[in-house]
Design a protein around this ligand. Structure first.
Ligand code: EPZ
Length: 420
């Protein structure tokens, strides 16, 4: 079991450059499997989830070659099967985007029912609703989902739930369907816009991404043969911004899109965290005064991102007064709270809300990374806690953060990795 050992109490100082967006990359790579020609993708993060997705796509027959400049050449033309049943497909939820891609390519797709981080049930009923509306017949048996369609035709789909995954999956499936597909009540996250921009760069006709109504006019051929660069990772950027604020540091977070960070920067300003902003960077300034308690509610974009909830909960532990964190997206995303209480936090949870009393004095302990972002939150807590913190099961963190150790060390953190 691999772990990080962190000696807390050192303010982070310096600059950190943000990698490409994990959640954009995990949509763009499957979308590339739909193309009728090769493409080159730049700024993909070098993280476990992306590398596992590459392995799954290669098992279908796609050619995927990493270039010396970090870009990736992808050629899906050799794909010879509509069955994405590579063992590793069970381990990453984003493999389910291959449903939309293979359905679009072969009018057929077979996958394992998706896995992923465990913070409550993670249904795919909205994906299935959309595929069936477009003419797909869905059967689920032996832990696998099979979708097949004589023809894939554009339809008007009203999502019952604002779902990032369903929005991306249906956008991919609709790109080559016959006719026009309209997705109503679509999710609006930046990574959805990025997947739409990738598809359009490759020859698709997707309009309205970033709003709650996306209109996709199916095209017969997606030529590809061009290059696309993924956007920076909004959640990685937010994690470093919060780590800087938690440690009372002075950090410039480079290669960000400030607009994407607004839900967080607005809340940090409310807590009296000092910020400066440039065209593609945000600087967290050393504290001028005490941090002030705040109330945070996670919502689909442009609301406060659920993927920054655990990290922000750590920051709220250091704020003067009683804060409230309400998790509106996932059923059970407070599993990390018990570990945080072991470190001295004063938090009580009731259903979807956590009441956080601060400021708490956090001290080091041995804790566990329950899921990707909870793990990141444990690292953030360890950076400020007095003494030594050991975060166990860190492979789950490495699914979504590129070179976390290197980037934190460059900011002055005392952190080392132990174990395989
Ligand atoms: C994506 O998950 C992200 N993962 C998650 O980030 C993120 O937390 C989530 O969006 C919300 O922003 C990737 O992009 C790979 P959803 P996804 O479909 O697509 C319900 C991370 O840390 N729902 O938007 O699975 C669902 O139960 C990961 O990077 C249905 O009811 O999330 C949830 O309550 C963790 N039926 C809500 O919608 C469905 O068919 C949002 O889920 C689909 C979803």
């Amino acid at each position: 079991m691999a772990s990080y050992v962190i000696r807390g109490g050192r303010p982070l100082r310096g600059e950190v450059s943000i990698s490409g967006s994990k959640n954009a990359a995990l949509g763009i790579i499957p979308a590339a499997m739909l193309l009728d020609g090769p493409c080159r993708i730049e700024n993909l993060p070098d993280i476990a989830d992306v590398n596992v997705l590459f392995e799954i796509c290669r098992s279908l027959g796609a050619r995927i070659d990493k270039q010396s400049d970090g870009s990736v050449e992808i050629d899906p033309r050799p794909i010879h099967t509509s069955e994405a049943t590579h063992e590793k497909a069970r381990t990453i939820r984003a493999s389910y985007y291959l449903m939309g891609a293979l359905l679009g390519r072969f009018h057929k797709a077979t996958l394992f029912m998706p896995g992923g981080c465990d913070f409550g049930t993670r249904p795919i009923d909205q994906h299935i609703k959309g595929f069936e509306a477009m003419g797909g017949r869905v059967t689920i048996e032996y832990g696998k989902i099979l979708v097949e369609a004589e023809r894939l035709s554009g339809e008007h789909i009203f999502l019952d739930v604002v779902s990032v995954g369903a929005t991306i999956n249906l956008m991919i499936a609709a790109a080559k369907a016959e006719g026009v597909t309209v997705i109503e009540n679509a999710a609006r996250e930046p990574h959805i816009v990025d997947v739409a921009n990738f598809l359009n760069t490759m020859g698709a006709n997707v309009k309205g991404a970033g709003t709650d109504v996306i209109k996709i006019t199916g095209v017969p051929v997606l030529p590809g043969r061009t290059t696309y660069s993924a956007i920076p990772d909004q959640i990685e950027a937010g994690t470093y911004m919060i780590a800087a604020a938690v440690t009372g540091g002075d950090v410039k977070v480079r290669n960000v899109i400030p607009k994407h960070m607004e839900p967080l920067t607005a809340k940090l300003a409310e807590m009296c965290v000092g910020l400066e902003e440039g065209e593609d960077w945000i600087r967290i300034l050393p504290p001028q005064d005490h941090l002030v308690a705040a109330n945070v509610k996670t919502m689909p974009y442009p609301g406060f991102p659920t993927d920054l909830q655990p990290q922000t909960t750590v920051l709220l532990c250091l704020c003067d007064g009683v804060s409230r964190m309400t998790e509106n997206v996932w059923e059970n995303r407070f599993q990390f709270v018990d570990d945080l209480k072991m470190m001295g936090a004063s938090i009580t949870t009731a259903g979807h809300t956590a009441m956080i009393e601060g400021p708490a004095k956090l001290t080091g302990a041995t804790v566990t990374a329950h899921d990707l972002r909870a793990g990141a939150a444990m690292v953030v807590a360890g950076l400020v806690a007095e003494g030594t913190t050991e975060v166990c099961e860190v492979r789950i963190i490495e699914r979504g953060y590129e070179d976390l150790i290197g980037k934190l060390r460059a900011l002055g953190a005392e952190i080392e990795r132990k174990g395989p």
